[in-house]
Design a protein. Sequence first.
Length: 396
Amino acid sequence: MKFSFRTIEPWPGVQAEDWSSWTWQFRNGLTKAEDFARVFTLSDSEREAFTRGTGFQVRSTPYYAALADHTDLEDPVRRMIVPRAEELAPQGQQISDPLGERKHSPRERVIHRYPDRVLFLVTDQCSLYCRYCLRKHFTGQEQAFVGSKDYEAALNYLRSATGVREVILSGGDPMTLSDGRLERVLFDLRALEHIEIIRIGTRMPVVCPMRVSEETVKMLRRFKPVYLMTHFNHPRELSADAAVALERFVDHGIPSFNQMVLLNGINNHAAIVQALSRRLLFLRVKPYYMFQCDPSEGSEHFRTSVDQSLAIQRELWGRLSGLAMPNLSLDVPGGGGKVGLVPNFETQHENGERTYSGWDGVEGVYTNPTSTVEPENLEPYLSEWNELKSQNYGKG
């Protein structure tokens, strides 16, 4: 079966040429209660959040707001962009910096948590502020592109950190930058010989797909290998425009992956995850991660339990192609990094034998082999690894 993707029409009174311009979408973002009231009939909870203020910016592109059912208070798109009074409730686990990024920040705008990867926060701006954002302590301060002093300090750090092999551009959303500024960053990173991979983390294909032009992706391709890491949470976000944007990336040789977040009352159902994953895979985008929602401030009502998330994953296991199956993971609060979560299929373990019950209940015994080669016996054949070690691989 092939999938169809719905077309989002311009709002009444808006010219198609304007609607299809990403800069128009950015300039005409919804930021105030009166902006949202023109699109939605605001509930008492939503009005209270606007009146009292949640401490985190509100913004949506007109295009993304048009994805929502404007009469349904529980519409998944609406819930991700319109603030509610629940954000103000001081309940549950709420951490201003849930990933402990500040303590892993050797320079402004640089986060170095893993030996071979660095996160470079090139902007703090987004065209839409997700209400469950994990980086509320940084995002939305209207600093736009990283200042020249911090930019040079970040580059100097990367020059000296010769064990770094990947740089992940994040923020904010790097694709809120102009092509010229984005090209400058990519050019400077490609001048560092030890940098092998560049990733771009962006939600623009979701919230403003008109940003993804032929010119932009051709520019990105010049700095290959560049990987796209995007962030669709719900099948409703996959419009015809979003599908065109995603295929434009992969048609130009840019491998594309999706990172979704499990959100309470929005997508915490196996059928929704399956629908999203299959549609993404059809568009040649690999469903990569299915994250637990981080306990950032104001996000308690968005979080699912680990038990519920594992139940969703178990239901999909075996019913969904491995290509379409995202990895269930959580970030250890305080900066412990990502840990993977998988269903426990082992039912017994003794005397070198392990008994497993598969996704559909079929049970079998796996017996350890009678002998194995000790890893140290393979050391004469590790020329590739020794070469990497000589290059200071994995050391900052």
